[in-house]
Write a protein that binds this ligand. Structure first.
Ligand code: NAI
Length: 766
């Protein structure tokens, strides 16, 4: 008989399968129709939902047609008014009831999720389902608080929500719970591979919610596209690939639909030499190997400091060889099946290409069918597909670096900006890196931590908008349309005639770029009041963005230091009041001076939040400036509109390329002297006058301008949104005139849109 040590060395895990029984019983109701207006429709145009681990068909569900989407939107619209008017306390009760019932059926949800998705039961049972339930509890709370906590805001109306297959129930919860809490109704389209837990959720909705408040239409991308294109949907919320996110940005441009996008990522996982290496190895296990790597925020680019790289890689290889790949219904299994043969083929193809491009692939086993063993890619360069592209499989790419500065540079050398994981025993070093990494979520000495109260979402091509917590609620609330009711959309300003043939034109005014007066590349227009105005073009915008990009020192200043500059600006504007009055009238000048004081006052007061999430974790929701912002200033208020938009943007640390009023650009150009006497550093405010529609599109398409505000006519707003589909920058576009002199001109939206939330998680414990 072996002694204990020998037995431990050879002991194999016995199987420990979870029973699929209750889920299979529930599936006997298949085939499924859609859930519309509180009832399931007759199944039609069926397709298979499979179990990717067994390769078997689990059930058939319906492919949603344009007609189905129409019916669902109609049902949601019919329910919208009543649900929005339902007292917050009653909406809270309904969300609470959803949470309770999900909890009651938690096991059924977990088993069904694992059967349909292929992820280990341990993941769905211990992580996905509890987090989804937590999300409904948390948002039951918001439903009760929304009226007091978000005064003046209202629900969008009907929200179209499209979700992916990697966290089917959790993504549903992230979308549905805040929408309902805020008083919206919903049409949700689950991913075609994983519709089943959404249909189980529909069962619960039927018991708890008024008909039409939640509608679920199953189907593929065509069904999703029909929802995006529907004219009576007020907001689209999408999680999925960057490619489809781009298509949705393009399709919704100019439609007036609100939009949030949570897209792909290729998140850095930075290991400093002083990190707890054992913990960091387990971090990689959590970040990339569990859940088969099918996680948008997976820390799939592992950057390890050279001094410990060899040791760390050896430990990773050792660890991955001991992970258990197999039947996801087995409670002892670490890695299950990829979601679908299509996805397995995609992962295989990316790995092949990575190897062809020179990477070394270390797999802890052989890929068979939908099962892919955990792996590492080493010896690759930054242009290797394994380093640059989302693999969405359980394979991490590893690279070493020497200095923290190099780590930041490598971390940020990507078009994505979803998440980052930083490992160091020095809080000083970790926070320094966290501040510099371009990512919406940063985990220090941890990874893949989520909570309903922690905002989640990306920067750059990882999308915009946040899910979770206060920031997530804001994404489901709309501000009243400027100046209320009947005010019509703005008319486009008259085109600016060029100066051909206009002899004797005064060419003294210049653009303001990088702290210098610049001759406009596009010549002059003689039509502006107050003398000829320069016509900036694409090249001038490019120069201005470059100048703004160089003025990063402004962003690093304290709020107090920036406030000094804004106070001084208000003072200098006051001294020049008479000159400006000649251009725009005394009233506008007086309001502009007040506005400058107002933003000087705000500059050092924009607070972030310490969110209550998981015990033993400090979770900070920080407000971070975008960096370089474009601002298309309102045409109708040449001075006041310019200052009401440019000042909040720079107050919180952005540098701006502003395109002032097209009809009356000279008031903004007069501001150049005030900016200079006020010590606004070169490049912080750049002014390019000219045709707003054209310049808006150029700014929208420019990769180095991270956000854009457009206060203009519908065509200009639409052109900007369309042009932003390439780089997916957030565009705040408003087609109606604000009452710039009143409260609307200094609304909270200027603060909210001047920054993006970065959530930093810092676990503690001696
Ligand atoms: P996808 O972006 O095509 O699918 C996501 C959802 O969008 C699904 O519900 C799909 O039916 C829907 N959809 C597809 N085309 C649409 C359209 N034109 N209009 C509206 N809705 C549309 O993602 P897919 O093809 O399932 O996965 C491909 C890759 O995308 C993955 O390998 C991964 O790299 C990435 N991905 C990223 C996710 C994330 O969480 N960021 C989630 C899923 C996939």
């Amino acid at each position: 008989m072996p002694n204990l040590t020998e037995a431990l060395a050879t002991m194999e895990y016995g199987p420990s399968p979870e029973s699929p029984g209750p889920a299979l019983d529930w599936l006997k109701r298949a085939p499924f129709g859609h859930f519309i207006g509180g009832k399931f429709t007759r199944p039609a145009d069926l397709f298979d939902a499979i179990n990717p681990a067994a390769g078997a068909v689990l059930a058939q569900v319906s492919q949603g047609s344009v007609k189905d989407v129409n019916r669902a939107v109609t049902a949601a619209r019919k329910a919208a008014k009543g649900w929005a008017k339902t007292p917050g306390a009653d909406r809270a009760r309904a969300l609470y009831a959803l949470a309770r019932r999900m909890q009651k059926h938690a096991r059924l949800f977990a088993v069904l999720e694992t059967l349909n998705n292929g992820k280990p039961i341990r993941e769905s049972r211990d992580i996905d389902v509890p987090l989804a339930i937590r999300h409904f509890y948390h948002h039951a709370g918001w439903a009760a608080l929304v009226e007091d906590e978000f005064p003046g805001l209202h629900p969008h109306g009907v929200c179209g929500q499209i979700i992916p297959w990697n966290f089917p129930l959790l993504m549903l919860a992230w979308k549905v719970a805040p929408a309902l809490a805020a008083g919206n109704t919903v049409v949700l389209k689950p991913a075609e591979y994983t519709p089943l837990t959404a249909l189980l959720f529909a069962d619960i909705c039927a018991q708890v919610l008024p008909p039409g408040v939640v509608n679920i239409v199953t189907g593929d991308g065509a069904t999703g596209a029909a929802l995006v294109d529907h004219g009576d949907v007020d907001k689209i919320a999408f999680t999925g690939s960057t490619e489809v996110g781009r298509a949705i940005r393009g399709a919704t441009a100019g439609s007036g639909k609100a939009l949030t996008l949570e897209l792909g990522g290729k998140s850095p996982f930075i290991v400093m030499a002083d990190a707890d290496l054992e913990a960091a190895v387990e971090g990689v296990v959590d970040a990339i190997w569990f859940n088969q790597g099918e996680v948008c925020c997976a820390g799939s680019r592992v950057l390890v400091q050279a001094a410990v790289a060899e040791r760390f890689i050896a430990r990773l290889k050792d660890r991955m060889a001991r992970l258990r790949l197999g039947d996801p219904m087995d409670k002892g299994v670490d890695i299950g099946a990829l979601v679908h043969p299509v996805q397995a083929a995609r992962v295989g193809s990316i790995l092949d290409q990575a190897v062809e491009q020179g990477a070394e692939l270390h797999l802890a086993g052989t890929a068979v069918g939908n099962f892919c063993p955990p792996g590492l890619l080493t010896g690759l360069g930054t242009s290797n597909i394994g380093w640059s592209d989302e693999i969405f499989g359980p394979v991490a790419a590893v690279m070493s670096f020497r200095t923290p500065a190099e780590a930041v540079e490598l971390a940020n050398a990507t078009r994505y900006g979803l998440a980052a994981s930083i490992w160091s025993e020095s809080a000083t070093v970790a926070m320094d890196l966290a501040a510099q990494v371009k990512a919406g979520v940063v985990w220090i000495n941890g990874t893949n931590l989520f909570d309903a109260n922690a905002p989640f979402g990306g920067m750059r091509e990882s999308g915009f908008g946040r899910e979770g917590g206060r920031a997530g609620m804001l994404a489901y609330l709309a501000a009243p349309a400027p100046s209320g009711k009947e005010r019509k959309a703005l008319a486009a300003p008259a085109p600016l005639p060029g100066d051909e043939g206009a002899g004797g034109i005064d060419r003294t005014r210049k653009l303001y770029v990088g702290g210098k007066q610049a001759r406009p590349d596009g010549g002059y227009s003689f039509a502006a009041p107050g003398g000829a105005a320069p016509l900036g073009n694409r090249k001038d915008i490019r120069n201005a963005v470059e100048a703004a990009a160089k003025a990063g020192g402004w962003t690093g200043l304290s709020g107090h230091a920036r406030a000094q500059v804004l106070w001084f600006l208000a003072e200098n504007l006051t001294a020049r009041a008479r000159d400006f009055a000649a251009l725009v009238g005394e009233k506008e000048v007086a309001a502009a001076i007040d506005r400058a004081l107002y933003w000087a006052g705000w500059t050092d007061k924009l607070e972030g939040r310490a969110a209550d999430t998981v015990s033993g974790h400090l979770t900070l929701a920080l407000n971070e400036p975008f960096g370089v912002m474009g601002v298309i200033c309102p045409d109708e208020a040449p001075l006041l509109g310019f200052l009401s938009t440019v000042l909040p943007a720079i107050a919180f640390g952005n540098r701006v390329v502003a395109v002032p009023s097209q009809s009356a650009p000279n008031a903004a150009l007069e501001m150049v002297q005030v900016l200079e006497t006020s010590d606004v550093p070169a490049g912080v405010v750049n002014i390019v006058t000219g045709a707003q529609a054209e310049l808006a599109a150029v700014l929208a398409a420019h990769d180095d301008a991270a956000a854009l505000w457009v206060f203009a006519d519908p065509a200009t707003c639409a052109a900007a949104e369309r042009a932003a589909a390439g780089n997916l920058k957030p565009v705040w576009a408003e087609v109606r005139a604000r009452d710039w002199a009143g409260a609307e001109g200094r609304a909270g939206a200027f603060r909210a849109n001047a920054v993006q939330v970065k959530t930093v998680w810092l676990p503690y414990g001696a």
